[in-house]
Design a protein around this ligand. Structure first.
Ligand code: PLP
Length: 361
């Protein structure tokens, strides 16, 4: 059986070239006589892998020298606690609640202090990004938190909120490396890699150095302190070594594609094909406000649950898989991350056109 077009929100498609290279190196990584899975994380070979991965990520994102790059574990969800434990010095923070992931982070932060929801789009099932140009951010808030791309609902912040001078923390799990970013506008950028970069098990945290200190909330475990990992260059304990190795390959692949500006162009092209079709379709409709549409996650519905289910079934049989929408939105969702080729989206739209012809009464 050949490879399918996998529209999963995560774990998601990886570039075939990367998988092929990893397969070629599986039994004997560059003459070491072993797989990267089997080697010491303290050895020279792995040291080169992790250092190169970090440098390539720094090159891709133009990360300023006063930011640390950490390769951690625990999923993006663990950051929901790590962020307040390390940054909530005044025990107060502002959260912008634009979806389930932002809401989970907000709820978790409430365990550690006063987490104020300064804006929310829950009134309309998170189908838009609220106006964040003049929010009631408490003067003594330690940071302002956003989920920049809302994986489940398919919205994205097109402009960052006005934080009124406060530090900005962003969960970019589902838009990591999808377009250029100005890292200096953030205090912390983090994301689980399984959406747009690599295999589940690695979380990348890019954090401004002055935020890393021993001054954390009382009782914060050693493993949950940024300082622990920053001081040890992400090698305090055994890191998710194989996952980091694959991330490193994806970084090299991205560089070869022309970097993040080229990825943005590629992603805009794919998204336009799909959104243009949704805008002219008589059967399928997008579910979010056009101005806030994500380039990465595209939810859509027919308005008829049985028809949605039929679509998902028939698409799967045609090699277009994992199109079922999140249970909280229903319908379909096409996640079209960096590794999804343009042909995948063209095939999807051709299939949708055909389905529309056959099913529109
Ligand atoms: C998937 C996702 C998460 C949760 O990631 P885990 O690694 O499973 O904890 C958090 N935030 C966003 C935006 C996501 O897309």
């Amino acid at each position: 059986m050949g490879r399918v077009y996998n529209f999963s929100a995560g774990p998601a498609m990886l570039p075939v070239e990367v998988l092929q290279e990893a397969a070629d190196e599986m039994l004997d990584y560059q003459g070491s006589g072993m797989s990267v899975m089997e080697m010491s994380h303290r050895g020279k070979t792995f040291d080169k892998i992790i250092k190169e991965a970090e440098q390539d990520l720094r090159d891709l994102m133009n990360i300023p020298d006063n930011y640390k790059v950490l390769f951690l574990q625990g999923g993006a969800s663990q950051q929901f606690a790590m962020i307040p434990m390390n940054l909530m010095k005044n025990r107060k923070a502002a959260y912008i609640v634009t979806g389930q992931w932002a809401k989970k982070a907000w709820k978790e932060a409430q365990k550690y202090g006063e987490a104020v929801a300064v804006a929310s789009s829950e009134d309309k099932t998170f189908s838009y990004i609220p106006d964040c140009s003049d929010l009631p951010i408490p003067e003594d808030a330690d940071y302002v938190y956003i989920c920049e791309n809302n994986t489940i609902y398919g919205t994205k912040f097109k402009t960052l909120p006005d934080t009124k001078g406060h530090d900005l923390v962003a969960d970019v799990s589902s838009c990591f490396l999808s377009e250029p970013v100005d890292v200096s506008r953030y205090a912390v950028i983090y994301g689980g890699v399984q959406k747009n970069i690599g295999p589940a098990g690695v979380v990348i945290v890019i954090i401004r150095e002055d935020l890393i200190s021993e001054d954390v909330l009382p009782g914060t475990p050693t493993m949950l302190q940024y300082k622990t990992h920053a001081d040890a260059d992400s090698l305090y304990n055994t890191p998710p070594a194989y996952g980091i190795y694959i991330c490193g390959k994806v970084f090299k692949w991205l560089k070869k594609q022309g970097g993040l500006a080229a990825m943005k162009e590629h992603n805009e092209k794919k998204a336009k094909i799909l959104y243009d079709f949704l805008d002219r379709s008589k059967l399928f409709h997008g579910t979010v406000e056009a101005k806030d549409r994500s380039l990465m996650n595209v939810p859509f519905v027919t308005g008829d649950k049985e028809l949605d289910a039929k679509f998902v079934r028939e698409a799967e049989a045609a090699g277009l898989v994992s199109l079922k929408g999140h249970r909280s939105v229903g319908g379909m969702r096409a996640s079209i991350y960096n590794a999804m080729p343009v042909e995948g989206v063209e095939k999807l739209v051709a299939f949708m056109e055909e389905f529309e012809k056959n099913n529109l009464q």
